[in-house]
Design a protein around this ligand. Structure first.
Ligand code: MOS
Length: 749
């Protein structure tokens, strides 16, 4: 597609750009052949297995824990409770180290959520530990059913997150208004790979094999909570079977495994079960959002208000920031977003793919669809006429925003002009069709990053950074980046990540890893090339008496600036002449995510167009077709990039139609805590997905202009589905997910 900002990559030295070309995952063969080692695949001599004991109540106080029967069972080595686990410390709130469950495991006798760890069995085998954990008997006092009210208590006051103008007055005077409440349920991350820790202690140092989306943060948190210097901790995550945000920050099981390893001087493996995954490693919390929109008869927004409440645990306050995109998505002089925590008897919540913006956009974009209907206006047109010139919430320009083109390209690709807006009016061979759309946005930011690039005498190039690949393609993207920057084939690039002893790399979250790594890897490559040119000038007879600054490096060859590359020398020969094993450069880039006063408002944008079919006779709803147009900056690898959007769209369909964690009202137990009852979209449910990337480089964010693509695809998708459902059935579902019972009252036949 066209570009408005030419890709001005001054560091690119190769004539064969690899950036922007599709490449298959370099780790693909390792994964499909079983060679790639996931954290729970690590085995060590003398290793023991730990299985936690979980509370079966939501709220109460532990009176006693009877371990006698369990301790007498075969293979049991030790049973830990608060009495003998030792001391864990806390992470100060002011620390940059991130954790969503601040209270260490087994710290006190209070049970604050169902499933909370109250003890742990360590045994010779996993089966023995599991059997013994079943026989540990805890008794409680003051047990009560969990308080899960959404209504705020008098002491729970909403806060204003962003405000401009006088939204109340503008709303009361608006020609056309909508005012509705939307809710989203608790959702549970269900990556295929379970959370796991394999902990080793050598008397002084820990080596921790973890399922972490952020190994550097994991090391920082574990050092503080275990009370050891950071240098004595090494965190390794070679491969991840995804995480969706659930593996961003450490969870209590990692501490329990490490504590047992230190106490017993034996390697400890602890794999969290699927059932525990529904309680002990975070979830996307439920939200209730009131959205009020006011517009003139011309469709111009005059007032936008979003007031949301979220559940959170009693002790922690992880914000599900539903208003993240609200302030800048549309132009309106009057706007207010408020938020409130309803602290209840639930486990700590955490980020889940597109935290905040995803439930937030479901509500705001649904309200926009309802406003379009009230105005008798096309919903695409409504968005187009409310396009802002600048970020009106911060009064700063956008770094690169092409939402209008997403909307128009999407409409054209989908065939939107053929839409008859009347409910139930479109048919295809006896089924009723519904067409809906929504816009979306997701943050574009960078975390701090460092990286090292080594140009080796054997003709290979090594790039290293203490980051990890959540499965999105970080290995491959780094290989592509270095292939382009140094001018060697991708198969000559060795990518080393997933080890906290490497130069500190970014976390795999917020769709930021790629954008964060680019400047660090580019600087490291430049420095390595400078080193190479210097050693050519100093020690290679072919370049005797030629200054380093008269030399250039193109496609892996050192040559005189005034001569073509093919007259130069391959870097292997230059290094051999200088008797060097390698030259190395390091790069360091400060992130943008904590900028207090950013110069630009940086976000990705997109538009989704969805077709559903509805067969009233058999009450069957299907999502048949999705077109997603994504403005996410320069796309480094269109193949893996498209794969990200397809996955996110698929997950968005799940959010719209299936995903919902249900808790027992008596004790807070997740009653659908398995992959059969927690319904997610599978391949059989996935429709035809057409992904279009606009591919405008956002060079304000980094020199390659890449933003991020892990999350933007799920944002807005549920609103597009429910808009399509409304178009087909006349039923507006404001409480996700859509249940087929909701649609049985449809009058469309
Ligand atoms: Mo994503 S929820 O930032 O892993």
């Amino acid at each position: 597609m066209s570009t408005d900002t030419p890709s001005s990559d001054k560091t690119a030295t190769t004539s064969l750009p690899v950036i922007g070309r599709s490449a298959t995952r370099i780790d693909g063969p390792l994964k499909v052949s079983g060679v790639a080692r996931y954290s729970s695949d690590f085995h060590f001599p003398g290793m023991l297995y730990a299985v936690p004991v979980c509370a079966r109540i939501a709220s109460g106080t532990i009176q006693s824990i009877d371990t006698a029967a369990a301790a007498a069972m075969p293979g049991v080595q030790k049973i830990y409770t608060r009495e003998n686990i030792g001391t864990f410390y806390r992470v100060p709130k002011s620390s940059k180290a991130q954790i969503d469950e601040r209270r260490p495991p087994l710290e006190d006798d209070e049970v604050r959520y169902y499933g909370q760890y109250v003890a742990m069995v360590v045994a010779d085998t996993f089966e023995q530990a599991t059997a013994a954990a079943d026989k540990v008997v805890a008794t409680y006092a003051g047990t009560k059913a969990p308080d899960v009210r959404m209504k705020l208590s008098p002491d729970e006051k909403p806060e204003t997150d962003t405000e401009r103008g006088d939204p109340d007055k503008a709303f009361s005077k608006a020609a056309v208004t909508v005012d509705h409440v939307y809710t989203t349920p608790p959702e549970t991350h269900n990556p295929i790979e379970l959370h796991a820790s394999v902990a080793l202690w050598d008397g002084e140092r820990f080596t921790l094999y973890e399922t972490s989306q952020a190994i550097m943060n994991h090391r920082a948190v574990m050092a503080k909570m275990l009370g050891v210097p950071q240098e004595n901790l090494r965190v390794i995550t070679e491969y991840l079977g995804s995480g969706f945000g659930g593996k961003l920050w450490p969870w209590p099981h990692a501490l329990l495994a490490a504590a047992a390893a230190r106490d017993l001087h034996r390697p400890i493996k602890l794999v969290v079960t699927r059932q525990m995954m529904f309680h002990n490693v975070g979830h996307r919390t439920n939200t209730q959002q009131r959205v009020r929109l006011g517009a003139g008869k011309d469709g111009k927004l005059v007032s936008l208000q979003q007031d949301f409440i979220q559940h959170s645990s009693r002790l922690d306050d992880t914000k599900e920031d539903c208003g993240e995109a609200t302030g800048f998505l549309y132009s309106t002089p009057n706007l207010r977003v408020t938020s409130a925590f309803a602290r209840r008897d639930i486990a700590p919540n955490t980020s889940m793919r597109g935290p905040g913006a995803v439930p937030g956009l479901y509500a705001v974009e649904s309200a926009m669809d309802e406003l379009a209907i009230a105005l008798k206006m096309d919903p695409v047109e409504l968005r187009l006429i409310n396009e802002p010139e600048i970020d009106e919430s911060k009064n700063i320009p956008f770094s690169s925003r092409h939402l209008k083109e997403c909307l128009t390209t999407g409409a054209e690709t989908f065939g939107w002009s053929k839409r008859n807006p009347a409910v139930g009016s479109m048919r295809d061979k006896g089924v009723i069709l519904g067409w809906g759309m929504a816009a979306c946005s997701w943050i574009a930011s960078r975390a701090d990053a460092t990286a090292s690039v080594m140009i080796n005498a054997d003709g290979s190039v090594r790039v290293a950074s203490g980051t990890q690949d959540i499965g999105t393609g970080t290995y491959t993207m780094l290989a592509q980046m270095v292939s382009e920057l140094i001018g060697v084939d991708m198969d000559k690039v060795k990518v080393v990540i997933g080890d906290s002893s490497l130069p500190a790399g970014p976390f795999s979250g917020g769709s930021m890893a790629t954008a964060s790594l680019i400047p660090a890897v580019a600087e490291a490559s430049r420095e390595a090339i400078e080193q190479l040119l210097k050693s050519a000038s100093e020690s290679d007879a072919a370049f005797a008496k030629i200054d380093a600054d008269e030399l250039a490096f193109t496609d892996g060859r050192v040559h005189r600036k005034n001569e073509s590359a093919d007259r130069g020398r391959r870097f292997e020969d230059v290094l051999a002449a200088a008797r060097l094993g390698h030259v190395e450069g390091s790069g360091k880039a400060k992130g943008t995510m904590n900028d207090k006063h950013p110069k630009y408002s940086s976000h990705s944008y997109g538009a989704h167009f969805v077709e559903v079919s509805w067969e009233p006779a058999i009450a069957q709803l299907r999502v048949r077709r999705v077109v997603s147009v994504i403005d996410a900056g320069k796309i480094i690898n269109p193949m893996t990039g498209r794969n990200q959007i397809e996955g996110a769209v698929t997950m968005g369909i799940g959010m719209a139609l299936f995903e919902e964690t249900r808790y027992d009202a008596r004790n807070g137990m997740a009653i659908n805590s398995n992959l059969a009852d927690y319904v997610m979209v599978t391949h059989a449910d996935a429709p035809d997905i057409d992904v279009v990337f606009l591919d405008y480089p956002d060079t304000k964010l980094n020199e390659m202009g890449a933003r991020g693509i892990g999350e933007i695809g799920i944002a807005g998708l549920a609103a597009a589905v429910t808009a399509a459902v409304h178009h087909a059935t006349g039923i507006r579902v404001r409480d996700l997910p859509v249940h087929v019972e909701d649609l049985l009252v449809s009058k469309v036949a």
